[in-house]
Design a protein around this ligand. Structure first.
Ligand SMILES: [Zn+2]
Length: 179
């Protein structure tokens, strides 16, 4: 098989199954194509609205969902400028992370540790402890991967996050910073 590189996440992928709408440009999937578009246009760096279907949009949707449905906030009060600045810094400091990595750590803090993420102590910011719990979340993730590799069929859902009532994000083949 011949290998190409995803233009968005730089992962090596199979040329035959890669997503491509332009000759010589390959992506893991449509989502990474849209995310690359978003990055290129650099649209609305500080606002909530991002390209529909992009990783960034999935991220902001999940964060908004957390504020509104878990903590009963009015969505107009969410400070996207602070949040997205923080996200950009986290992604910069941890080159192997994606938006999904950050969501996973938030999920871990929320569902596994039972932390209250949006409160006065966190300055009403669910990202404030992401750095602190990153390693612990990674260990947990790796542990779950082992379990799901040893049992064959029914463990796909072990590491899932309930994003909203009917949508689930699955965490598969995520990369944490390993050095
Ligand atoms: Zn990719």
């Amino acid at each position: 098989m011949s290998e190409v590189t995803c233009k968005y996440c730089k992962k090596k992928i199979n040329k035959e199954t890669a997503y491509s709408i332009q000759k010589g440009q390959y992506y893991c999937n449509e989502n990474h194509y849209l995310s690359a578009l978003e990055k290129k246009k650099n649209v609305s760096k500080h606002s909530y609205k991002s390209v529909e279907g992009s990783d960034r949009r999935a991220f902001t949707d999940a964060i908004q969902d957390l504020y509104v449905n878990k903590y009963g906030w009015n969505k107009q009060k969410i400070n996207w400028q602070i949040l997205m600045n923080m996200v950009n810094n986290l992604l910069k400091a941890n080159p192997t992370w994606t938006y999904e990595t950050i969501l996973y750590i938030i999920w871990y803090e929320q569902e596994i540790l039972g932390l209250n993420l949006i409160c006065a102590e966190s300055h009403w910011n669910p990202l404030s402890l992401v750095d602190y719990y990153a390693l612990e979340a990674e260990l947990y993730y790796n542990e779950c991967q082992k379990v799901s590799n040893s049992a064959d069929n029914y463990t796909d859902d072990i590491v899932t996050i309930v994003k909203s009532k009917d949508k689930k994000i699955k965490y598969k083949s995520m990369e944490f910073d390993n050095d």
